[in-house]
Design a protein around this ligand. Structure first.
Ligand SMILES: Cc1cc2nc3c(=O)[nH]c(=O)nc-3n(C[C@H](O)[C@H](O)[C@H](O)COP(=O)(O)OP(=O)(O)OC[C@H]3O[C@@H](n4cnc5c(N)ncnc54)[C@H](O)[C@@H]3O)c2cc1C
Length: 413
């Protein structure tokens, strides 16, 4: 079947990038057709920290009211000495963060964010979402782009004016480019970062006492630092549960997002750390693990009819907790640059790409700095701790202004 409509935008992938982009573009007046290969959007993933640069955009999409009852606005952010279980820094978040950055800093479960986005997508008259729709290939011609889709075992072609590849770190759209262009092969594939992310969730009542005793505020984000690893902890589900992410060195063992981990390996990575950390590791009945990939070179505008967004374009390590935020920023920025009245988007896309590449590179650099500081050992760790001691919490907050104050929909920024 050939279904042609050159006035609409096609989106491959209904993750955070796909759904926020669909909503932002539909609000601008575009008609959006989304394809998601999963037959149902399952509860994949775990917690997410959503900083003010992301929540200000989610508020404009009208989903914060639905999300907030499931989320937590943490009181503080701690950087902890993972071995001594002592705070190195405490930064005030909560209402102070909201006042400073004009939007809240929240933590939530990815599935809760996905559910409220899905509700908004389904309610929007300008968006059509097909589940069980695997985008197999795309073909670009002068006046349109056509995708071939396996929709519940039926092969169907759809056309539109733009294809947005929001299909994640193992993007088929990006892989197609690699296959078509041998010269870009090395910088187009996601690269294993030598790090593994281990994740688990504990009900609030199962949190070990040693962990609770180490933090003044229970409803806080804490990053426990040590040699070659760190552990992040924060509340989700309106404080009823806690999300833990441990980042360690490791080997690439595949490309799924949800593999069951052998916690003996995790215990070995954190041996010699504080009681609080080892109690948390042992308290969880199951840890899942993800080998972490990043895109060596972000690519956004591939052609005047093909754009990559979110992890498909610029998957990054979670050291700055900004991967989803960058996908949400992509959505807002793209919608602000495009206009449904235009038939040729080339200029708008060039401006979009210039703005996004600069921003993404800056955020990725911050992630690298955090990686260096978080996993430091020996004299570097001593120097880090000394610096943390002499700087005031206000200095650390000011240092985040450029990141959290940013408005991706401001096309003059
Ligand atoms: C351990 C860890 C912790 C993190 N913590 C944070 C954090 O605290 N804060 C933060 O901002 N970010 C965080 N991130 C990053 C964040 O999770 C990702 O950046 C974000 O989920 C990427 O969204 P996406 O929509 O680009 O990709 P995905 O969520 O991967 O979505 C891609 C979608 O495309 C679909 N798809 C794939 N191929 C096709 C196809 N051929 N046809 C149709 N559909 C297809 C998939 O089924 C999927 O639904 C973290 C990441 C990790 C690994």
């Amino acid at each position: 079947m050939q279904n042609q409509n050159n006035q609409r935008i096609l989106i491959s992938g209904a993750g955070l990038a796909g759904m926020t982009t669909a909503l932002a573009l539909a609000e601008r007046g575009f008609s959006v057709l989304m394809m998601e290969k999963a037959p149902a959007l399952s509860e994949v993933g775990a917690g997410l920290q959503l900083a003010p640069n992301a929540t200000r955009l989610l508020a404009r999409l009208g989903i914060m009211e639905d999300l907030l009852p499931h989320a937590v606005s943490p009181d503080a952010l701690y950087l902890m000495d993972g071995v001594k279980a002592q705070p190195l820094i405490r930064m005030e978040l909560g209402s102070q963060a909201e006042q400073r950055w004009n939007a809240p800093y929240i933590t939530c479960h990815r599935a809760d964010l996905q559910a409220v986005l899905l509700k908004a997508v389904r309610a929007h008259p300008q968006i059509t979402l097909h589940l069980g729709a695997n985008v197999l290939s795309h073909h670009i011609s002068e006046d349109k782009v056509t995708i071939r889709v396996d929709l519940n075992d039926q092969i169907t072609d759809y056309s539109g004016q733009l294809l947005l590849g929001c299909d994640g770190v193992w993007s088929a759209q990006r892989a197609g480019l690699v296959a078509n262009n041998a010269a870009t092969q090395n910088d187009s594939r996601a690269r294993f970062t030598d790090h593994i992310a281990w994740r688990t969730t504990l009900p609030a009542e199962k949190l070990p006492q040693s962990f609770l005793d180490s933090l003044k505020d229970t409803l806080s984000v804490s990053a426990w630092l040590g040699q070659g690893a760190h552990l992040i902890a924060y509340p989700i589900k309106n404080g009823k549960a806690f999300n833990f992410v441990a980042i360690t060195d490791g080997e690439d063992i595949g490309t799924s997002w949800d593999m069951k981990g052998d916690s003996a390996a995790l215990i070995r990575s954190f041996s010699g750390w504080s009681q609080a950390v080892s109690d948390v590791i042992k308290a969880a009945p199951q840890w899942t693990f993800w080998p972490m990939f990043e895109m060596p070179e972000p690519k956004l505008v591939i052609d005047k009819r093909l754009v990559l967004l979110g992890d498909a374009s610029h998957a990054m390590t979670p050291f700055a907790a900004q991967g989803a935020a960058m996908a949400i920023e992509d959505a807002a920025s793209l919608a602000a640059h495009l206009s449904p009245e235009q038939s040729d988007h080339s200029e708008a896309l060039a401006a979009f790409e210039k703005q996004r590449l600069a921003r993404i590179a800056k955020v990725a650099r911050r992630g690298k700095l955090n990686r260096f500081a978080y996993h430091a050992s020996g004299p570097v760790a001593l120097g880090r701790n000394m610096l943390f001691k002499i700087r005031k919490p206000e200095d650390f907050l000011r240092d985040l202004d450029w990141l959290y104050q940013y408005d991706a929909a401001d096309i003059t920024s």
